[in-house]
Design a protein around this ligand. Structure first.
Ligand code: NAD
Ligand code: UDP
Length: 326
């Protein structure tokens, strides 16, 4: 009989967490999804509930954690979108620090390997372009994004201190802006905002003129990178950048979304939020060398895969809309 492998996915009802749960279930894992539903959605996980290998615990990652041994712990528990993580900044910082410590203590007790969903926000508004893992970043420690950026930086520090002190097997991924099916249409990040506004015929709001750049990764590519990292040799700790190095201005993204949806929405200007990074592009040399990973899905291909998903979420028949040009 093969041994049952067990994984805890903190933040498993969110966008990326759901994709991780689904992949683990497909691999035969027993999956415990722990989430307080702050930004996650029951609609994401309802289809998994009938799977006997899946269970859901409605709880905060800083509180009591499920009993028993785990082979893998995945930490995705944290609001990821700037409007969401800035609602309660003190809480955002503490989720990152106390949640990470709680999960690392569990890893010590159970001998589990642990994955941390870190972020390109570690690099702040970067002076080095593209960003390599060795670049230490330029975060404004007193600005409105710092609750998230500094929380994630401290979480990385905790991972490496537990690794050195307790020998915990850590896997730290620095994720760049990722989009795809199962994002909340009200998430507030740029890809979902633009697609939803275009589909509804509402204006696309371009912050700060849209000359700032981002690199957008399709979720399937990202999840492939996650699993290659998590299953890599114990000596590979990260941090490793996982993102798509294709770089676009936010205005280019708006134009592509309007073209691909056939929408006649206007583009309107809004001020650039404070400390909004002016450029972002991952150097993925390390992921290629250590994990044999590189993204395969272009921005246009990824958008064509997820526009129908968002149309379904906002109740719009996408093909009808294209036909009538509404
Ligand atoms: P998301 O908001 O969809 O998912 C986060 C999940 O964590 C939600 O289900 C939320 O309810 C849960 N959560 C939040 N606080 C919690 C708490 N205290 N206890 C238990 N659960 C809690 O965001 P996402 O895009 O899926 O991001 C997942 C992880 O990846 C986050 O840690 C985020 O910082 C990181 N990340 C994501 C991106 C991206 O582009 N999607 C980029 C960089 C980093
Ligand atoms: N942005 C925008 N309009 C929106 C949402 C975001 O112009 O409706 C801009 C935002 O100012 C940033 C970029 O798009 O420069 C990416 O924002 P997002 O929230 O997706 O992620 P970030 O990389 O900033 O965390």
């Amino acid at each position: 009989m093969t041994e049952k492998r067990r994984a805890l996915v903190a933040g498993g009802a969110g966008f990326l967490g759901l994709h991780v749960c689904r992949r683990l279930l497909a691999e035969g894992f027993q999956v415990v999804c722990l989430d307080n539903l702050q930004t996650g959605r029951m609609t994401n996980i309802v289809p998994l509930i009938t799977d006997l290998k899946f269970s859901f615990v409605h709880a905060d990652v800083r509180g009591d954690l499920p009993d028993g041994d785990f082979d893998e712990i995945w930490n995705l528990a944290c609001p990821a979108s700037p409007p969401h993580y800035q609602i309660d900044p003190v809480d955002t910082l503490l989720i990152n620090v106390l949640g990470m410590k709680n999960l690392l203590d569990l890893a010590v007790r159970t001998g589990a390997r642990i994955f941390q969903a870190s972020t390109s926000e570690i690099y702040g508004d970067p002076e080095v372009h593209p960003q390599t893992e060795s670049y230490r970043g330029a975060v404004n420690t007193i600005g409105p994004r710092a609750c998230y950026d500094e929380g994630k930086r401290a979480a990385e520090t905790l991972c490496f201190d537990y690794h050195r002190r307790h020998g915990v097997e850590i896997k730290v991924a620095r994720i760049f802006n990722t989009y795809g099916p199962h994002m909340d249409p009200r998430d507030g990040r740029v890809v979902s905002n633009f697609i939803v506004s275009a589909l509804k015929g509402e204006p696309l709001e371009l912050y700060g003129g849209g000359t700032q750049t981002r690199s957008f990764c399709y979720v399937d590519d990202l999840i492939d990178g996650f699993f290659r990292l998590m299953r890599s040799d114990a000596s590979i700790t990260g941090p490793v950048n996982i993102g798509n190095p294709g770089e676009f201005t936010v205005r280019e993204l708006a134009d592509i979304v309007l073209e691909m949806t056939g929408s006649r929405s206007d583009i309107i200007d809004k001020p650039l939020p404070k400390d909004d990074p002016l450029q972002r592009k991952p150097d993925i040399t390390l992921a290629g060398r250590l994990l044999g990973w590189s993204p395969k899905i272009s921005l246009r291909e990824g958008l064509s895969r997820c526009i129908p998903y968002f149309a379904g979420e906002v109740g719009i028949a996408f093909e009808d809309m294209r036909a009538t040009g509404t």
